[in-house]
Ligand binder design. Structure first.
Ligand SMILES: [Zn+2]
Length: 176
């Protein structure tokens, strides 16, 4: 069933109701009148059912539209995922960062781990100084998750050397 056939069914019922009303306007026996009134209430019930189907149909159309958008987004992020690698910016502070091999004119940036894992590309932005100015909190504009790094930690592309280093081996806080 599509929108056109729902509309067609509603129209047919509308004509049916008009016919019944026409019948009731005629001089007919009370028996016919009773039957016509019964038929009328059945038509009204059928119209109610069609309206419910119509609203379900509209909801389904909306759902399909959202799913299509979601698939398109996941496809586009799928390509993006190849360009990034999970990186420990500082101890306990993780972000997705562009791989050195990626040819990109985009300025260096850190992506929110949680959002990227959920298919959203959200860039962390320096939010505020914390720990008496010693550290800076970088926050995700979407989920509000944040990482805290030394205030002199620069946002830069990962180098080939860094890529080779086992990130887990970084000890303490290296300040560039
Ligand atoms: Zn986020």
């Amino acid at each position: 069933m599509d929108g056109t056939s729902i509309f067609g069914a509603m129209q047919a019922l509308q004509f049916g109701a008009q016919t019944v009303n026409g019948l009731l306007a005629l001089k007919v026996s009370s028996e016919v009148q009773t039957k016509a009134i019964e038929l009328n209430s059945q038509i009204i019930a059928a119209q109610g059912h069609i309206m419910a189907i119509q609203s379900d149909y509209a909801a389904t159309i909306e759902e399909v539209k959202l799913l299509k958008e979601e698939i398109a987004r996941m496809k586009s992020i799928g390509g993006e995922r190849e360009k990034y690698i999970l990186h420990q910016v500082e101890r306990g502070a993780f972000a997705y960062i562009l791989k050195p091999s990626v040819d990109s004119s985009e300025p260096a940036h850190w992506l929110c781990v949680q959002c990227f894992d959920n298919g959203h590309k959200k860039i962390l932005s320096a939010n505020k100084r914390v720990t008496g100015g010693r550290e800076v909190e970088h926050q995700c504009p979407h989920c509000k998750n944040s990482i805290t790094v030394h205030h002199r930690r620069r946002i830069q592309r990962l180098t080939e050397d860094e890529l080779k280093i086992q990130i887990d081996n970084i000890e303490g806080r290296r300040v560039d």
